[in-house]
Design a protein around this ligand. Structure first.
Ligand code: ADP
Length: 305
């Protein structure tokens, strides 16, 4: 079986979503409504965004040996992904996110890694050869850090470009930073990694320089509705996003990252790839849910006409 050009390594979660008027206080029981179980997890979201963009993509992940895991693997295949490295872990549930959405649109989320915690270096080991044949590796931080590091180091040694979306925010070792071709934090993550409060192009520029000083080749900081700030060998600039009426920004960053990596893989230059990623993410924020909101390539092309 030939290797895939883009490999995403990351998490799979079942998002248990319930609507509430306001979040419960400690010790309080409240009534919610509109309960839904939706496909999520940063790894899966980014893999789906890349697949729907049209990338030749493989996914490395651990999911549970439960109904949700079985349905997710099927859904990944229907989205055209290579799932040879999607592993069902015996006697483990698929990763879980409990999400409360308040009437004012704020959310509150508890995540339990479950099967995602089983994606250890030992579980990755049999797939290292497959990984080394890719052109690009895209990862996030909902997987064990030792696995993210092993994948980054092995990929880098084999000449595979490594893109890390450092979400959710966690401290990163200097060795990992130096192995990255590109890092794609949002404002909060950029602040956590650099200590610089990122709110606009000027502060994003300062934070990006700090990360590049650590050995990351290129930095792309997403700035929500403002767009994204790029700093790399080709120069540095703010690339504005698209104006839309946002209804749910869940997975905006994931859609952006998956589409961006897929667009680069397709041979687009950084500016064109960011424009495509902005379009994909803009469409996603007009829709509810994580994977349910991620657009297909035809929708992105129509949006950009
Ligand atoms: P995250 O979801 O990780 O917090 P951001 O909020 O920075 O990431 O958003 C990622 C990308 O999603 C942005 O660069 C932009 O392309 C798009 N986006 C986010 N919010 C909006 C919005 N309100 N309107 C249009 N595009 C948006």
């Amino acid at each position: 079986m030939p290797a895939n050009k883009l490999i995403v390594l990351g998490s799979v979660n079942a998002d248990h979503v319930v609507q509430v008027n306001a979040f419960p206080r400690p010790g309080e029981t409240i009534t919610g409504h509109g309960y839904q179980v939706l496909p999520g997890g940063k790894g899966a979201n980014q893999a789906v965004a890349a697949a729907r963009f049209g990338a030749d993509i493989g996914f490395i992940a651990c999911l549970g040996s439960d109904d949700f895991g079985t349905r997710m693997e099927q859904a990944f295949r229907e989205d055209g992904m290579d799932t040879r490295a999607v592993m069902a872990v015996p006697d483990m549930p698929t990763g879980i996110a409990f999400i409360q959405i308040a009437a004012n649109g704020e959310n509150s989320i508890v995540i339990s890694a479950e099967a995602n915690a089983c994606l250890t270096p030992a579980m990755l080991e049999p797939h290292l050869n497959y990984l080394r044949q890719a052109q690009t590796l895209l990862m996030q931080l909902e997987s064990p850090m030792e696995t993210v590091e092993l994948a980054a180091f092995e990929a880098r040694k084999a000449g595979v470009a490594v893109i890390l979306n450092p979400a959710p925010a966690r401290p990163l070792s200097d060795a990992l930073l130096a192995a990255l071709t590109m890092i794609t934090p949002n404002e909060t993550e950029a602040e956590m990694l650099t200590g610089i409060k990122v709110t606009d192009a000027a502060s994003a520029c300062t934070a990006a320089h700090k990360l590049r000083d650590k050995g990351v080749q290129s930095v792309l900081i997403t700035l929500g509705a403002q767009g994204a700030y790029y700093s790399g060998p080709e120069g540095e600039r703010l690339i504005p996003g698209f104006r839309v009426q946002a209804t749910d920004t869940t997975a905006a960053g994931d859609t952006f990252n998956g589409a961006f990596a897929a667009a680069l893989q397709e041979g687009l230059d950084v500016d064109a790839a960011i424009r495509m990623a902005h379009a994909a993410a803009a469409i996603s924020v007009t829709r509810l849910g994580a994977q349910t909101s991620i657009p297909y390539r035809a929708e992105i092309d129509t949006f950009l006409q």
